[in-house]
Design a protein around this ligand. Structure first.
Ligand code: GMT
Length: 382
């Protein structure tokens, strides 16, 4: 089947908790649906950011059987079955798997189960830790490579991730870079809603993540200690994850726990971000840095690290600051400078918003996915 059709039927599988890959997959689905495509999610739960009840968005929840003989409910197999059913029922042309593990291999299994005339085109989007940590692990290296080799097209969220994947897996096919995106109009909030835990007359420093080791959340606390030695400030820690305990421990040790608020996951991040004077994301590496993008879209300066694809987003000194991983001193110096200098804070915020609009807005990125879908369908005719 050749297609010039404007309206595509697209399936999406992704992680549904607060990670960046699930957020990107959900926002992509919503944006595609609002451009008239029919979008079917097959997932374990309603995705974290699935906010609108759009006419052409469908969410199929996988419910694996739970039987005592099985030591775990066979979720991955149930998901493959569900994808095959959804493709058959709705005649889906493209399946878009987000985060190689396990979604690309699950989709391949679903494809294997379908008759020739229903075999869909599998697009796999690599998000970062699926390659750098999980897929690179010896236990999963082979299946990750297999899933990528058998995808009809592969995308990565930055050139850095594309090159890392090429280096680690030596694939025989190209990887296309398609950056993370946001809708700038959602982030350009003029009237800030009052938020009870944001204290007036204090500088507000924020960190947002899933508190995994790669996020180096204790560095955030150490930088904040230096900030709070110089000015009246509060630190808002947004998210949940395994390193939260150690960050609380460091804040207690440094005697600043009363200035740090842990608010857990927060749904309307676009309402929260405008209250921040600064966002600190000191990750070991970020393949793109979705949080930094959202902060920039809100006009908030970001301090991040010179590591990974985030260097394709932030121009050091112009639209934020990039420091060496673990360099608490330099991060604190920039933080203090930008927090004291309202003019600098504003200039960086303004340039950041412009950069986001120009290169990372929904209008710039979604057509790149649409083009890839259509080219892939035309290349892999059913
Ligand atoms: O940040 C995480 O560890 C979660 C991870 C995910 O897959 O959910 O985020 C990755 O994907 C995001 C969306 O493409 C990127 O913006 C993040 O930079 C990336 N995280 C890392 O590379 C550590």
């Amino acid at each position: 089947m050749k297609t010039n059709e404007k309206r595509l039927k697209i399936g999406i599988s992704c992680h549904t908790s607060t990670g960046g890959s699930g957020i990107v997959a959900t926002e992509l689905g919503l944006a595609l649906a609002s451009r008239g495509h029919e979008v079917h999610f097959v997932v374990d739960n309603i995705p974290f950011r699935l906010r609108d009840n759009l006419e052409n968005v469908f969410c199929h929840i996988v419910e694996p059987v739970n039987y005592p003989v099985l030591n775990q409910p066979p979720y991955y197999l149930a998901m493959a079955s569900r994808i095959a059913e959804v493709v058959e029922e709705h005649n889906i042309q493209i399946w878009h798997a987000h985060y190689a593990i396990p979604h690309a291999s699950i989709a391949l299994l679903a494809k294997e189960m379908l008759p020739q005339e229903l075999k869909f085109c599998l697009i796999t989007t690599l998000h970062g830790t699926d390659i750098t940590i999980v897929g690179a692990d010896p236990s999963l290296h082979r299946i990750t490579k297999y899933a990528m080799e058998h995808s009809c097209a592969i995308t990565a969220v930055s050139n850095w991730l594309k090159h890392e994947t090429e280096r680690e897996f030596q694939l025989s096919k190209p990887i296309y870079t398609i950056y993370n995106f946001i809708d700038p109009s959602r982030f350009n909030i003029k009237n800030k809603a009052r938020i009870p835990f944001i204290e007036k007359n204090k500088k507000v420093v924020m960190h947002i993540s899933n508190f995994r080791a790669v996020k180096r959340v204790t560095d955030v606390i150490r930088v904040f200690k230096k900030i709070s030695d110089k000015m009246d400030a509060q630190l808002i820690m947004v998210g949940e994850g395994p390193e939260k305990v150690s960050s609380v421990g460091v804040a207690r040790q440094l005697g600043i726990l009363n200035k740090v608020k842990y608010i857990g996951n927060y749904h309307n991040i676009e309402e929260l971000l405008p209250h921040a004077d600064l966002v600190i994301q000191p990750s070991e590496h970020e393949s793109f840095g979705m949080v930094a993008l959202e902060a920039m879209a809100s006009g908030v300066p970001v301090i991040a690290t010179k590591s990974g694809g985030i260097q394709e987003l932030i121009i050091d000194g112009e639209t934020g600051f990039l420091c060496e991983v673990g360099d608490i001193e330099t991060m604190a110096d920039w933080a203090i400078q930008v927090l004291f200098d309202k003019k600098l804070q504003k200039e960086i915020g303004k340039r950041s918003m412009e950069r986001v609009k120009k290169y990372f807005s929904v209008d710039k990125i979604i057509p790149q996915y649409e083009k890839l879908y259509i080219n892939t369908i035309n290349k892999h005719k059913r």
